[in-house]
Design a protein around this ligand. Structure first.
Ligand code: HEM
Length: 494
């Protein structure tokens, strides 16, 4: 009787809501207690949802939250109902360096939409390796070095712009100027065409401002691919030219188009890829070249800006190291625009750069792989097929067992000399990832960072407008700092 009365009192929508809530509750209970990873410790909310991850991303604390979670729960942490984060050298060897497919999150990096699958968004390991083979020649150091004179022209222009800002007594926002430099360099190296950021001294097409939004968007919406198909991957958005990074895409299209009408072009990346396409048209189409160019441009600017900013931010907080570094660079009598070869001989400079890659790793994303059919053993534990296994570079780089008791401090001196402990640290550096999906742009990145850093240390005194003021940054896909304006004062140049 009482049940009848209750049912009569409930509307249809009430019944449906009750059924939906109970079903959701059952799904959560099943995920929490009935999963093959139920025994892996971690934040409670992560054991039945992706909310811990999303909350960490939205707060801009993904790197830091993952470090804390590992310090609290150990080397294996269940950070989402189907994802285990691993912070242990075995994770690098057994996950990143394996041939496991990548997690579905990566699919969102097909830009402008899923028709343009690039090396980053290709999650199948076998197909990824094939794609990577097609384009590897463009990224080799020997190919990048061919563009060094053009990179030097841009560094020279960069220096003139900093001199002008100093003469006009204007503070420098490094988040803009390092990004302008990196965008123009990656344009030159990819398709012999700079974007014009340094010449115009402004954020053309809001490419840099949009990048912040775009990386946050990708970090979150990558977990809900269907939402992406309705939003930015919706062909209408492209049709009406509403993509946030449209300026970059347009420039890529125009540069590749101009290329096909010009037979006197440099041996830049596109030229290398076109050569591969000519030889193997069956394994590479024109869309793949476009997708690779967009991925290269998209990945090759704010990461560089993050490293250069972090290098100077932390050097300003380590004045003794800064003085030693300047002494090393002044004594080296470098060329007006330091050459890549010269900078590789500067031991302390290289130690400072390596420490920056470690301490403020630009990519703070979880590098995720899917446990294969048959499962896999990682850190001595068996994982069932389909479980996501991820490595967060920030968490790995703060392991005191590898990097020492002062892993939470910026200390370039830890890299000086040669010892077993330095070799062990080197083996565990994952700033550029590891294995088949390792960053292909690492040669260009290191060349740019080495040259620009040596030039800046030798040619400028740098001071924060508000000395000691902390910068700001969000850590999700990437950790790109901003809001720490500096005065730069040119030093005497020979
Ligand atoms: C210091 C600067 C840089 C850092 C720290 C960095 C780091 C990374 C990391 C961690 C990944 C992802 C690895 C994974 O998912 O497992 C990646 C991918 C990628 N990076 Fe970089 N990168 C930098 C600069 C560059 C530059 C300058 C370029 C272009 C020339 C570039 C092009 C790419 C591309 C195309 C991918 C996708 C690769 C793939 O999935 O196969 N990166 N990078």
């Amino acid at each position: 009787m009482a049940l009848d009365a209750l049912l009569q009192g409930l509307s249809l929508s009430g019944v449906l809501t009750a059924v939906a809530i109970s079903s959701l509750f059952l799904v959560f209970v099943r995920r929490r207690y009935g999963s093959s990873i139920s025994d892996v410790p971690g934040p409670f909310i992560g054991s039945f949802s992706v909310l811990w991850l999303l909350w960490s991303i939205l707060r801009g604390q993904l790197g830091q939250a993952t470090i804390e979670a590992h310090r609290k729960y150990g080397k294996l942490v269940r950070i989402a109902y189907n994802e285990v984060s691993i912070s242990d050298p075995d994770g690098i060897e057994q996950v990143l360096k394996s041939k496991m497919d990548k997690g579905d999150w990566y699919k969102i990096t097909s830009l402008p939409d899923s028709r343009f699958i690039n090396q980053m968004s290709e999650t199948n390991a076998r197909r990824h390796i094939e794609k990577q083979k097609n384009i590897a020649s463009g990224y080799t150091l020997s190919n990048i070095i061919k563009s060094e004179p053009y990179i030097d022209n841009l560094l020279s222009l960069f220096r003139s712009r900093l001199d002008e800002l100093a003469a006009a007594k204007q503070p420098v926002k490094f988040e803009q100027w390092f990004n302008y430099l990196a965008f123009d360099i990656v344009g030159e190296v990819t398709f012999s065409r700079q974007f014009g950021f340094l010449v115009q001294g402004r954020d053309i097409g809001n490419a840099i401002a949009n990048q912040g939004f775009l990386t946050l968007y990708l970090s979150v919406v990558g977990y809900f691919q269907w939402v992406h198909n309705l939003l930015l991957a919706n062909p209408l958005i492209e049709y009406f030219n509403l993509q946030p990074a449209m300026h970059v895409f347009d420039t890529c299209v125009a540069a590749i188009d101009a290329r096909s009408k010009n037979d006197k072009v440099r041996k830049d990346m596109i030229e290398q890829w076109m050569g591969t396409r000519k030889k193997h048209p069956e394994s590479m189409d024109q869309k793949e070249i476009f997708a690779a160019a967009v991925a290269t441009i998209g990945a090759g600017a704010d990461t560089i800006s993050a490293v250069l900013q972090a290098l100077f931010y932390y050097l300003l907080r380590s004045p003794k190291t800064f003085d030693l570094l300047r002494e090393e660079i002044d004594n080296a009598q470098l060329s007006s625009i330091p050459s890549y070869e010269e900078t590789q001989k500067l031991e302390l400079l290289q130690a400072c750069i390596k420490e920056t890659y470690r301490f403020h790793t630009p990519v703070s994303l979880n590098l995720s792989r899917i446990s294969p059919p048959g499962g896999v053993i990682v850190c001595g534990r068996h994982f069932e097929p389909g479980v996501l296994l991820s490595i967060n570079p920030w968490a790995i780089h703060r392991l005191t067992s590898i990097f020492g008791a002062d892993a939470d401090s910026f200390n370039p001196l830890r890299w000086l000399g040669s010892s077993d402990s330095i070799r062990q640290m080197d083996r565990n550096m994952v700033a550029f990832g590891a294995g088949y999906n390792q960053c292909p742009g690492r040669n260009l990145a290191h060349l740019e960072v080495s040259k620009a850093a040596a030039l800046m240390v030798r040619d400028y005194d740098i001071k924060q407008v508000n000395p000691g003021q902390e910068w700001k940054f969000m850590s999700h896909f990437a950790a790109i700092p901003h809001d720490w304006p500096c005065w730069v004062t040119p030093r005497k140049r020979s």
